[in-house]
Design a binder for this molecule. Sequence first.
Ligand code: ZN
Ligand code: ZN
Length: 219
Amino acid sequence: MAKTRPPKKILESYTIKGSDKVIKPGDCVLMRSVDTSKPPYVARIESIEAAGSRGTNVRVRVRWYYRPEESMGGRRPFHGSKEVFLSDHYDVQSADTIEGKCNVHSFRSYTKLDSVNAEDYFCRFEYKSASGSFVPDRIAVFCKCEMPYNPDDLMIQCEECSDWFHPSCIGMTIKEAKKREHFFCQSCTTEGHGKTAENSHEATAQSEEKPVESKRRRR
Ligand SMILES: [Zn+2]
Ligand SMILES: [Zn+2]
């Protein structure tokens, strides 16, 4: 005998259990992993619905963010500790698994945060879960080591060529790099004039771009 399903009710918001935090479609959340030793999953809420007749049994349709560890290529040296990839993997989950809200920033706004809190993440790639490929598939690389920028690592900028360098790649300590007022890389010869080198995290337009995939085997 066919069961009659109660009609689904689309909800505009949902209050996370045990908290006063309200989530809406478009918000990013942390969801409990079945394996409690693992960090929570990061997801974007697409829609919220109640399957129960009285607005109970709330389910959320989510689009998963993958952590670098969850991608086919795994975590690579340039991946930030708070980096996630927006995947093409959708799911419907019980709203009970939502632990809390989080913020997934763009790369640029993440690097401009005054302080990074536990709930701050950033995303600069979309990830195709079936093929393991990334969009964009090219990324700017910096330094002698030709690595994409990892916002967790301090870099120092050459005033002449505007390339960015890891202190360790140019035989400098982080302390020295922070103190340094002017910096010219090895390939840029004599002293320039003018502006002070900044330890800002901003990427420059002059940077070279490399395919994301070919970096996989570099160690
Ligand atoms: Zn380097
Ligand atoms: Zn230079």
